[in-house]
Design a protein around this ligand. Structure first.
Ligand SMILES: *[C@@H]1O[C@H](CO)[C@@H](O)[C@H](O)[C@H]1NC(C)=O
Ligand SMILES: *[C@@H]1O[C@H](CO)[C@@H](O)[C@H](O)[C@H]1NC(C)=O
Ligand SMILES: *[C@@H]1O[C@H](CO)[C@@H](O)[C@H](O)[C@H]1NC(C)=O
Ligand SMILES: *[C@@H]1O[C@H](CO)[C@@H](O)[C@H](O)[C@H]1NC(C)=O
Ligand SMILES: *[C@@H]1O[C@H](CO)[C@@H](O)[C@H](O)[C@H]1NC(C)=O
Ligand SMILES: *[C@@H]1O[C@H](CO)[C@@H](O)[C@H](O)[C@H]1NC(C)=O
Length: 636
């Protein structure tokens, strides 16, 4: 409300809202009106107020609830990324069912009264594993992603033929709700600046979507980005947050699009977190003020994010600027709807701003979904990875003189075990070194069953070990999510180069692919897999170990948040669903979101934890009724 006075003094170009368009009777149309600087929908001036929502980060059960909340806030559109690797995990095999049912999502948006701004990539960034690109692309060792590289383009052609053919009937002009389609994503911030690639994409999009589809690009706030990211024939838009000078940002768009609608394709309502960061927040008053200013100018605005959701499983991305930094499991983003889909003060403030420009749907906003604090569950030890190899790696190891990467092993996500033996007696603690920084991303090292410590990409390249010649060396390597932004997206995982022990190169490996998710999906661990008796000692920590437990909810299936207080780092599953990574020892995220529909009201709910370093003696986990995303342990 405080922002209202400000709107009156902004001198703006309101041309768009005052034109009288020519309505072509009966025919649906969506286009750009270069004369009057706006979009035209069915021949009438149209301005969108949109919000980003990622169906891949929200269980299908909740899609309608979230879309309705967005509609009730006054939005008329949603902006949606399509993560290629979510739909084509195995090359040539496409999945569009269940939580991957994109057309069902579009249908729900359409039923709710929301138009769609589609962002099919093929690269999306999105703080998503490898920016949405499938890791199997890396099987060609020197592939130049996001360029006119032949193998890359071939894979893109195959994927877009499948995806865009499905999308065609959803275009507004064809009776659907997709008004605009983005080509690539912030391409100007990538090093390759390959116009042949962008022209190729333009040809593909036109071929599959037709000449009428409104295609656009989005780029950041510098001339270099705009120069490399834009292409004649694709409408150039910009993205920026609350700390950017709006006039300057839209002036930059104007240098590339002298006429046409002003568009901020990503107006940042919040921001992401990495492990070890302080929790990011963006001030509500700033969001309201800047949103009001942009709407006053007649600009089209998409709020990124409106609901962020969750990086379930292994889907989080990572950044690599000065060092590798992995994105946390929660993608709450400090957005107007929380990770669990609850309206916030920020949402109410945004609705107030919107209501000064157009009528917001009347009637109550759907309430927050109920949450429940189910309390403590005490976990029991199942065993360590080495104990469980026959279950987790049924095909057994691949033998190789030198270590192979995850990509060479064709296991793209999760964890893999590298085993060899000590070449000589080490009576003194001897350095184990990754001289080329080749541990991607974290290696947990045990010798003859005794956990020795860990190596970590960019930060811990040396540790000390002791043992006897012939002792078994087990190194569990964790892929913490592939880099999603910048020039380092060819982010191979596993042991990328040799490890050196003292003066010896470690060789003659047995490399075990681990299908932990497959084992859990088929009912492992069974209740008789529990180890009875002694609780694990924390000192020294036991290293990678599985625990299981069950939660009885006595008839409820409300949402809840799982806190692993005093646990160190690992991964959690409930009833076979991979909830993601936890790392309270680093923070800032302390709790994992559990959507209620994953729970059984009547049967015991099966919790499986892979703790990579050391569990607390109490072995308890806690189900709480609220999230805790903002406590950083202080360790860098
Ligand atoms: C496709 O994705 C859905 C939703 O995640 C999943 O339940 C299903 O098992 C997948 N299908 C295949 C064949 O992998
Ligand atoms: C979208 O919704 C409109 C109005 O409810 C309906 O007429 C149209 O058939 C829907 N489009 C699709 C593709 O389902
Ligand atoms: C934004 O930039 C314009 C043009 O450079 C300048 O005139 C104006 O003072 C700036 N506004 C703010 C709030 O800094
Ligand atoms: C795994 O646990 C077994 C006992 O169940 C123990 O003998 C072995 O040393 C452990 N191995 C590792 C690598 O921790
Ligand atoms: C948990 O696992 C047991 C078998 O150990 C199974 O009978 C039960 O159905 C599972 N619970 C759920 C909710 O899937
Ligand atoms: C953390 O977030 C909660 C609300 O989720 C808030 O009450 C608390 O003040 C925040 N703590 C810090 C240290 O920012």
């Amino acid at each position: 409300m405080a922002a209202a006075a400000f709107f009156l003094v902004v001198a703006v170009n309101l041309a768009c809202s005052s034109v009288s368009g020519t309505v072509v009777s009966g025919k649906r149309s969506f286009s750009i009106d270069y004369k009057n600087n706006c979009f035209l929908k069915d021949g009438k001036p149209f301005q969108y107020i949109s919000g980003s929502i990622h169906y891949s980060r929200i269980p299908q059960y909740y899609w309608k609830d979230r879309l309705l909340k967005m509609y009730m806030t006054g939005l008329n559109a949603v902006q949606v990324y399509v993560p290629w690797n979510f739909h084509e995990t195995v090359q040539g095999v496409h999945n569009f069912t269940g939580d991957r049912d994109l057309e069902h999502f579009l249908d729900l948006a359409n039923q709710t009264g929301l138009l769609v701004i589609l962002r099919p990539g093929p690269y999306i960034c999105a703080e998503w594993e490898m920016g949405g690109l499938p890791a199997w692309l890396l099987q060609k060792p020197n592939i130049i992603l996001r360029s006119a590289d032949t193998d890359y383009l071939q894979a893109v052609n195959n994927w877009l033929a499948v995806l865009l053919s499905k999308m065609k009937r959803w275009l507004y002009v064809n009776g659907g709700n997709i008004i605009t389609v983005q080509v690539e994503n912030e391409y100007g911030s990538y090093f390759s600046c390959d116009y042949n690639y962008m022209r190729h994409l333009q040809t593909l999009f036109r071929f599959f979507l037709g000449e009428d589809a409104v295609l656009f690009t989005t780029d950041g706030n510098t001339d270099r980005e705009m120069t490399c990211g834009t292409l004649q024939g694709l409408y150039a838009t910009v993205d920026f947050g609350t700390d950017t000078n709006i006039t300057e940002a839209f002036n930059r768009q104007r240098r590339f699009e002298p006429r046409g609608p002003l568009v901020n394709s990503e107006f940042y309502t919040g921001w992401l977190d990495h492990w070890g960061d302080q929790h990011a927040v963006v001030d509500t008053q700033k969001v309201s003020r800047v949103l009001g200013e942009m709407l006053t100018m007649g600009a089209n605005v998409n709020m990124y994010m409106f609901e962020g959701g969750t990086n379930f499983g292994y889907w989080n991305g990572a950044d690599h600027d000065t060092r590798f930094r992995s994105v946390v499991t929660s993608y709450d983003y400090d957005a107007p709807l929380t990770e669990a889909g609850d309206p916030t003060e920020k949402l109410l403030a945004i609705r107030d701003v919107i209501s000064q420009f157009r009528e917001v749907p009347s009637g109550p906003l759907p309430p927050a979904t109920p949450k429940f604090a189910y309390g403590f569950v005490t976990m029991k030890k199942v065993g360590n990875i080495s104990d469980l190899l026959s279950t987790l790696s049924p095909l057994g190891p691949v033998k190789s003189k030198y270590p192979l990467t995850f990509e060479e092993m064709k296991q793209y996500y999760g964890y893999m075990l590298y085993r060899t033996t000590l070449p000589r007696d080490l009576s003194e603690p001897t350095p184990l070194i990754s001289p080329l920084n080749g541990v991607h991303d974290r290696a947990y090292v045990s010798i003859n069953g005794v956990f020795q410590g860990l190596l970590e990409r960019d930060t811990a390249l040396v540790m000390k070990v002791t043992g006897q010649q012939g002792d078994t060396v087990d190194i569990l390597v964790e892929n913490m999510g592939r880099v999603n932004f910048g020039s380092k997206i060819n982010d191979y995982k596993g042991l990328l180069s040799n490890l050196i022990l003292g003066k010896d190169i470690l060789t003659d490996w047995k490399i075990y692919p681990l299908d932990i998710d497959g084992a859990i999906a088929s009912g492992w661990p069974h209740s008789n897999s529990q180890k009875s008796g002694h609780s694990p000692q924390r000192n020294p920590p036991p290293g990678p170990t599985f625990y299981m437990g069950t939660l009885q909810t006595n008839g409820l299936t409300w949402d809840t948040f799982l806190k692993l207080n005093e646990w160190t780092k690992g991964q959690v599953w409930i009833n076979g669903m991979n909830l993601g990574r936890y790392w309270p020892a680093r923070g800032p995220q302390q709790t994992l979101y559990i959507p209620g529909p994953l729970l059984s009201a009547t049967q015991p709910n099966n919790i499986t934890v892979l703790e990579l370093e050391g569990a607390p003696a109490h072995l308890r986990v806690l189900f709480m009724d609220r999230p805790q995303l903002n406590i950083t342990a202080g360790k860098s």
